[in-house]
Design a protein around this ligand. Structure first.
Ligand SMILES: [Zn+2]
Ligand SMILES: [Zn+2]
Length: 125
């Protein structure tokens, strides 16, 4: 049983490694189902939660409706297309020192920041 759980998680990580498109849980489920046909949606969702808690993956909540997931990487910024909804990683330098600045100003304990640019992707212009 343990082995099986591990295999499911490995597969989810593999799916995210191969798809840098910030897929939704449903999309991940469809991919995982191709390799483990009897897996349930609930199982995939639960495994995503475990991977989140373990800090292996990141959850993006860009539109506030559907969470999207990606393998945990260094901080990077995103561009979201307002027409097709694609979320693209940006190769932009991350603002240095901003976490510390915010922490100092507010007294909050800052663990990170995200930035999202939006507009129309090349295909949608
Ligand atoms: Zn687009
Ligand atoms: Zn990303």
């Amino acid at each position: 049983m343990k082995r099986r759980v591990t295999k499911q998680r490995e597969l989810i990580i593999k799916v995210l490694e191969n798809n840098r498109t910030h897929p939704t849980a449903d999309w991940i489920y469809e991919k995982v189902k191709k390799e483990i046909p009897d897996i349930s949606k609930g199982t995939v969702y639960r495994n995503l939660q475990v991977l989140l808690e373990d800090g292996v993956i990141t959850e993006l909540n860009l539109d506030g409706i559907l969470a999207r997931y990606e393998e945990k990487q260094k901080t990077h910024y995103h561009f979201k297309c307002e027409k097709c909804g694609r979320v693209i990683d940006l190769d932009e330098p991350v603002l240095q020192g901003i976490n510390e600045r915010v922490a100092k100003k507010t007294g909050f304990k800052v663990s990170g920041h995200q930035a999202e640019f939006h507009g129309l992707c090349k295909n949608c212009q």
